[in-house]
Design a protein around this ligand. Structure first.
Ligand code: F6R
Length: 241
């Protein structure tokens, strides 16, 4: 793992954006795996700035998002589909025909997950962007997920539901389950960039980097990948050796 510790959030966002931009500029039709959550928002803004400055085009890329809440329509302002369009896709020249999402509103969630898994099996992700949960989850692969897991429906842990309640009017509005890419599919990406900031991520970051490779901290599996860049701020890096 290559670990970069940013001096401030400006540098944090720029470090992430430059990795994404390099991958796309080296391969215009790259396949990029996107993550939602608060951590990458600043990086997405930097990518929009690069697009506005004429330094980056998204028009030939294919995208896959990591996960989606079960039960939220695309138009719901907390769906991950809405998030990605609001924070990045609607502000750049992305080709909507090349945007891939899990749908959280299919009655047959099993078939929906199989559809996505099959797509992933036929598309190698050149760069997967990840955040990390305070409990060490990646995507919505919660602690004790099998490293061989593929796309499926998962129940969210109480920790994740309470962490994500900040985005909803009340904790009761947070969906109880989600569809997520599996760890096996995340690990199949050629390159991975994981971003973490804030003190509440310090334990998860420590377990990911210095802990044993164990399903108790799903992100620790990244120790087994040969091209991972971890971008941290000083607080999230405060426990690592
Ligand atoms: C989001 C995702 C999650 C988040 C993680 C951190 O698509 O898959 O694993 O990356 O929960 O979320 P934030 O950035 O909000 O702390």
């Amino acid at each position: 793992m290559k670990i970069l510790i940013a001096e401030n959030m400006e540098e944090f966002d720029n470090l992430g954006a430059s990795i994404v931009a390099d991958v796309i500029n080296n391969k215009n039709d790259a396949t990029i795996g996107f993550a939602t959550g608060s951590t990458p928002i600043g990086m997405y803004q930097k990518l929009i700035d690069m697009y506005n400055d004429g330094k980056l085009s998204f028009k030939d890329i294919t995208t896959f998002n990591l996960d989606e809440y079960v039960g939220l329509e695309k138009t719901h302002n907390q769906s991950y589909y809405y998030f990605m369009h609001d924070k990045l896709f609607d502000k750049v020249d992305i080709d909507e025909n090349k945007v891939n999402f899990l749908s959280g509103t299919e009655t047959d969630t099993f078939a929906e997950c199989k559809r996505y898994s099959d797509l992933l099996a036929n598309n190698t992700i050149d760069l997967q962007i990840l955040g990390i949960g305070a409990n060490g989850h990646i995507g919505f692969n919660e602690p004790n997920t099998d490293f061989n897991s593929v796309t499926r429906e998962v129940m969210l842990t109480e920790k994740t539901i309470s962490d994500n309640a900040r985005f909803f009017e009340s904790i009761d509005d947070v969906p109880k389950s989600a569809l997520t890419m599996g760890i096996n599919e995340i690990m199949a990406s050629k390159k991975i960039v994981l971003l973490a900031n804030g003190k509440n991520k310090a334990d998860a970051v420590y377990n990911m980097i210095n802990g044993e490779v164990s399903a108790e901290c799903p992100a620790s599996v990244l120790q087994l990948h040969n091209d991972v860049v971890v971008i941290l701020d000083k607080e999230s890096a405060s426990r690592i050796k």
